[in-house]
Design a protein around this ligand. Sequence first.
Ligand code: ZN
Length: 278
Amino acid sequence: MTSLRNEIRLLGLSLEDGQTLRTVCPNCTAAHEETFILTRDGDRLLYQCKRASCNTKGRIVSNSALKSGSHNQKKVFKPKYFEGEAWPLDEQTPIWSTLKAKYNFSDEDIEVFTQEGVTFELEDFSGLKFLHFPIYREGKLIGTCRKSINHKPKERRKSKLYPHIQGIPYYYFPNVGRSKELFIVEGCMDAIKLACMNKSAMALNGTSLNIEWFAEYLKEAEWIETVVLALDPDAQSIARRMEKDLSLFINSKVLALPKDPKDCTKEQINEGMSLLQI
Ligand SMILES: [Zn+2]
């Protein structure tokens, strides 16, 4: 006798990825009404009978996937490459030796992470400090790896005292090079790119900024004279709105770039900044 699972697999044979079929339920056959909904989602079939008394529902591997074994193949990790140029780190960028003295790291510590010997200091607003080590491949920065330097237990980050609520960013290089501008960007790589150009940058990890929180932050960060919003090109309207909100209490500008800051050349960023007279 054919099992229910096999019957469902047979029904799924005709379905292309993303397609849905409505038919008589193979379990309850409910007066030949089409109560059964079957959808193909890649290697899987999702099914549910709408009849409350039947309550047949679930998710199984499709027939073709069972045969090919494709559902068992592990997804291959593909590192994300930057479209832009490989950008060398400036000599002025705070270098490992400074941090080594400050935090007592050994040469061996750093070799584990990078051959370049350059780190980025990061403080997030939960009170934790991290060092970010750039990871290079074929001369391109493809990511960072981080290490906590003030060793607070993990639970503390999750506690209600230090919530990672939306709109409260991480920041990189506060007051680097004694700049008077703070750049607000979306991602960590954007912030690092600006830090390489000796600019102070704050990463939102998205596009939302908690304005009340930021107003409080500005009271402490007296060095900031101008806030420059350098969000990705697809978030220009958000940047304009943010500029309007921020202009109530700080001089703020929108930096329009042809690409995400991380993918721009230094010349493109410099050109945008000269238009803003920064
Ligand atoms: Zn049913």
